[in-house]
Design a protein around this ligand. Structure first.
Ligand code: ARG
Length: 460
């Protein structure tokens, strides 16, 4: 049991209490950021003449040696420390002697942990953002390949109107781009430095908080010290953003699972991203997609968990806040691995263009276009809707598609229909001619792809 406090105590902590209280087992992953924060703090202390340049150099050197050893896998994390902060401080004193005891001048673990977590989260936001970027780039390249790959669009999971695979993929581009914009928004709001808030009430040392903040790449300082040590909003926002990313991934996964089924056969997952069955030799299962879909639950759980932990907490720091870490780390790890695997899975998927087209050519996906044809010839839309409804009923009885009907058959329902109907309700026409902004028509989709490429070029 290695603790930073003890002067006031007459007894050792009960072992089970120590174990319950400690966070070292999970906050050791903050080590790099803890050291980064400490180096900035110590440089500021020297600049402000709170400690000497000489002492600062010794402390900085000691911290850097700890960081190097950690990077080289040479640190022994097995000792029972309370948290990463006490671990680093104890190690520093062991390495450079008593001068190491000056490191914590004008600082509390409350603003220290607030800083570490913010630095760590900021890196993770950048990491998730760049994973989203990779996925967005892949989606655009697939869109370019599938501008004319016709497939059915669904509502209520019933065939509705023909679209293209590019159009369908474009919907996901929009979702993941919003996710990425959301991250940028959170990053901007959270990029303020809490260090210097002290335990809760600032300090009497002449700290230069703005200097420390700029050394650490922050846009400024948090302007209320009580808020500085107790704000976890940014983490909740990030968890929320990750929950939405996972929700989007789960929708895409669900579609890929469905499309990969024998009933659809729109796509086939690559062997490298599929798994087999222990009993059924024919099976090739989309486990990766199912797991990503399933892992939504834990990320939602982390969000709900932290919201609940923070609910009703009085100002300022409370130990409850230590509970922010495990869920957040797990959610970050989960979202990152899911994004990575999803991108790999999508990059290797085999698209069965013929199946998609065949499917789109059945199920009356051109019924709306027959109605539109009638409207263009002067029929009121509501009347046209009824006429086509009757036509569809007739086709179901005759086991025919709308495009299979003869002009004589059409004439039984409307005397307006002429030979040009066939071209008007042809599958390719139905898609090609839909060129309102955001639609699947070739002009509209090329416009969309152009704007997506521009976004990718600007926003690495
Ligand atoms: N491990 C603690 C946490 O994660 C560090 C801050 C401890 N502060 C305190 N006053 N006990 O919140």
């Amino acid at each position: 049991m290695a603790q930073l406090w003890g002067g006031r105590f007459t007894k050792e902590t009960v072992q089970e209490v120590f174990d319950f209280n400690q966070s070292f087992s999970f906050d050791k992953r903050l080590l790099k950021h803890d050291i980064q924060g400490s180096i900035a703090h110590v440089r500021m202390l020297a600049k402000q003449k709170i400690i000497s340049e000489n002492d600062a150099a010794l402390i900085k050197g000691g911290l850097e040696s700890i960081n190097d050893d950690a990077a080289g896998g040479k640190l022994d994390f097995s000792d029972g420390y309370e948290d990463v902060h006490s671990f680093v401080e104890a190690l520093l004193i062991k390495r450079i002697g008593d001068v190491g005891k000056k490191l914590h001048t004008g600082r509390s673990r409350n603003d220290q942990v607030a800083l570490d977590m913010r630095l760590y989260t900021r890196d993770e936001i950048d990491e998730i953002s760049s994973l989203l970027y990779e996925l967005l780039a892949l989606i655009v390249s697939l869109m370019k390949q599938h501008k004319t790959t016709v497939m059915p669009g669904f509502t209520h999971l019933q065939k509705a109107q023909p679209v293209t695979l590019a159009h369908h993929l474009g919907a996901y581009f929009e979702m993941f781009r919003r996710d990425r914009m959301r991250l940028a928004d959170i990053r901007k709001r959270m990029n303020l430095c809490p260090l210097g808030s002290g335990a809760l009430a600032g300090t009497t040392y002449p700290l230069d908080r703005a200097y420390t903040a700029s050394l650490l790449g922050f846009d400024g300082v948090m302007t209320n010290s009580m808020d500085g040590v107790s704000d976890r909003d940014y983490l909740i926002e990030f968890l929320d953003a990750m929950a939405i990313i996972m929700m989007h991934l789960s929708r895409f996964c669900e579609e890929m699972i469905t499309w990969n089924s024998d009933e659809y056969r729109f796509i086939e997952m690559d062997d490298g991203y599929s798994t087999g069955s222990s009993i059924m030799p024919q099976k090739k299962n989309p486990d990766v997609a199912e797991l990503i879909r399933g892992k939504c639950g834990r990320v939602y759980g982390a969000l709900t968990g932290l919201l609940t932990t923070m609910k009703s907490l009085p100002l300022a720091y409370n130990k409850d806040m230590q509970e922010d870490k495990e869920g957040a780390f797990m959610a970050m790890d989960t979202t990152a691995v899911c994004l990575r695997l999803f991108t790999g899975m999508l990059a290797t998927v085999h698209v069965n263009e013929k199946r998609m087209r065949d499917s789109a050519s059945h199920g009356f996906t051109n019924a709306t276009d027959v109605a539109d044809y009638l409207v263009k010839k002067g029929v009121f839309f509501r009347d046209a809707h009824r006429i086509v409804g009757e036509l569809v009923l007739y086709c179901i009885e005759e086991k025919k598609g709308l495009g299979d009907l003869t002009l004589d058959e059409f004439a039984k329902f409307s005397d307006i229909i002429e030979n040009d109907i066939y071209e008007a309700i042809d599958l390719d026409t139905c898609v090609r001619e839909r060129n309102t902004v955001g639609a699947p028509g070739i002009e509209a989709i090329e416009e969309a792809i152009g704007s997506y490429e521009l976004y990718l070029k600007e926003g690495r």
